[in-house]
Design a protein around this ligand. Structure first.
Ligand SMILES: Cc1cc2nc3c(=O)[nH]c(=O)nc-3n(C[C@H](O)[C@H](O)[C@H](O)COP(=O)(O)OP(=O)(O)OC[C@H]3O[C@@H](n4cnc5c(N)ncnc54)[C@H](O)[C@@H]3O)c2cc1C
Length: 454
């Protein structure tokens, strides 16, 4: 598999991975096809995942700027078409308590508002008619150890106080009786407002809305090289043009948005060089559970579920009674497709639900997400304000990437955005960047020890 830390190009026109989403989503909407000529545009966007599509949609709708999106493969071929489809009011990995102590109450609340706005925007766009199989609301965080239940209750108390959040406290017994009999759960808290959906259908819906608003989307159009030239039109101020080289045409643009997140190739652009760590997340989807298997596990809920481990597991029951189960994947692209990782997830799933001892999985796939050094996404730009990016969602970008795209659109249009570190500071450069993978390996070892013994 393509490895963003090692490969300088991700290639083009690859099919969707054989994911459950691609299996059930139906026929993709038509894009504008591969670029087949040289063009000059005002704004070019690289990447047709949620970030790129949302930026394009909001630029067209809110600022009247019709952009051209260049996608190496196909719409949502990256993380946007591979994720677990959990819509949560969060992004990054930094807790609100840490934000409060680092930046104070006002900034922490400002970030919370942006996360809430992300979920609202997703819901509003779905309400425009996106068919993406949203499931019942509810996000359950399960304690994987008794001590973690106490810590969850403390988090719930803090969030109730800070945001007036409606959070239910659920004992192990209540969880088993009312939601699902997860043998690895020692109690849980439940937020009312998270939910699951089909992430690929969501992206296809965004694509259609963007096209209706006048956006052009060229799939199978990989930006392989990036240069600059000055425009010397008579009577016009000398201006730098960005020149994007694709195998079948050159795109000259006044402004460029980088929306490539965890799929950004090595040395793609100096503005994002060494500023994120691409990490693989792995998902399996099981066979559909029979009624007696559902009953044996008392699997009543379709809420989205995540545990408290440092190396988290997440799962949900899909509309056709299969279980989607995810967790960390391989470290390198080379070993990403080793069945070991999918089998490991199935083994963990079975420790949670012993009655499923004979269950198999029908789908397994993985995808790259982008970790930032300070555990927060950043929406930023260069000094000249003609190259912009949003990345570093740390595995939690299905809803926030839409808000990030909206804010990117504001920035491109020259409109001010909230005065928050996520919008006013760049991604932090990783020290000892060539050793990022060693650091990741070390964190995985620490996580294993912490989750088991500490
Ligand atoms: C397995 C997995 C599970 C996840 N689960 C969840 C979840 O349940 N909830 C949640 O909130 N988040 C989840 N995430 C994270 C979430 O999916 C991402 O944060 C989000 O999709 C990022 O969207 P994006 O548009 O920024 O990037 P992507 O969707 O990765 O899109 C980047 C696009 O850029 C294209 N591209 C790259 N380089 C070039 C180039 N040179 N030229 C042209 N095109 C290029 C790629 O082909 C790709 O389509 C998960 C991620 C993974 C991998």
């Amino acid at each position: 598999m393509y490895d963003p830390l090692l490969d300088e190009s991700l290639g083009s026109n690859a099919p969707y991975p054989s994911s459950y989403w691609a299996g059930v989503a139906g026929t993709p909407p038509k894009d504008n096809g591969q670029l087949n000529q040289d063009i000059t545009v005002d704004v070019a966007i690289i990447g047709a995942g949620y970030t790129g599509l949302s930026t394009a949609l909001h630029l067209a709708r809110e600022h009247g700027i019709k952009t051209t999106v260049l996608e190496a493969n196909r719409t949502a071929w990256g993380a946007s078409g591979r994720n677990a489809g959990f819509i949560l009011k969060s992004s990054g990995r930094k807790s609100y308590a840490t934000m409060q102590s680092q930046w104070g109450e006002e900034v922490m609340r400002g970030i919370y508002q942006e996360m809430c706005a992300g979920v609202e925007t997703v819901k509003n766009l779905i309400a425009e008619g996106i068919d993406c199989d949203p499931q019942e609301s509810g996000y359950i965080r399960v304690a994987h150890k008794p001590a973690m239940f106490k810590s969850l209750l403390a988090t719930a108390a803090l969030q109730k106080k800070m945001f007036g959040y409606d959070i239910q406290e659920i004992s192990r017994e209540q969880l088993h009786q009312r939601y699902m009999a997860d043998h690895n759960a020692y109690g849980a808290i439940r937020y009312q407002d998270g939910f699951g959906l089909n992430p690929l259908k969501l992206a296809w819906g965004y694509q259609k809305l963007a096209q209706q608003a006048g956006v052009t989307i060229h799939c199978d159009t990989s930006v392989e090289k990036w240069s600059q030239e000055s425009s010397d039109k008579k009577g016009q101020q000398n201006q730098t043009l960005q020149v994007l080289h694709t195998p079948t045409g050159i795109v000259k643009a006044n402004k460029v948005v980088i929306a490539t997140n965890g799929y950004s190739a090595k040395n793609f652009h100096p503005l994002i060089k060494n500023k994120s760590l691409p990490v693989l997340s792995q998902i399996i989807v099981t066979q559909p559970l029979k009624q007696e298997q559902l009953s044996a596990c008392n699997f009543l809920t379709s809420n989205v579920i995540m545990d408290t481990r440092a190396l988290k597991y997440y799962y949900r029951k899909l509309p056709d009674n299969r279980i989607l189960f995810g967790g960390r994947g391989a470290i390198t692209g080379n070993s990403a497709e080793d069945p070991y990782y999918a089998k490991r997830l199935l083994a963990v799933l079975k420790t949670s639900f012993p009655p499923l001892a004979t269950l198999r999985y029908d789908y397994a796939w993985s995808g790259w997400l982008s970790m930032s050094l300070d555990d927060m996404p950043h929406v930023y730009q260069n000094e000249q304000r003609n190259i912009f990016y949003a990345m570093g969602y740390c595995g939690s970008g299905v809803s926030f990437s839409v808000q990030a795209g909206k804010r990117l659109a504001d920035k491109v249009a020259g409109v001010s955005v909230p005065n928050l570190p996520i919008y006013q500071t760049p991604l932090v450069t990783f020290p000892f960047a060539p050793l990022r993978r060693v650091g990741q390996w070390g964190y995985f070892q620490y996580g294993k020890v912490k989750d088991r013994w500490l």
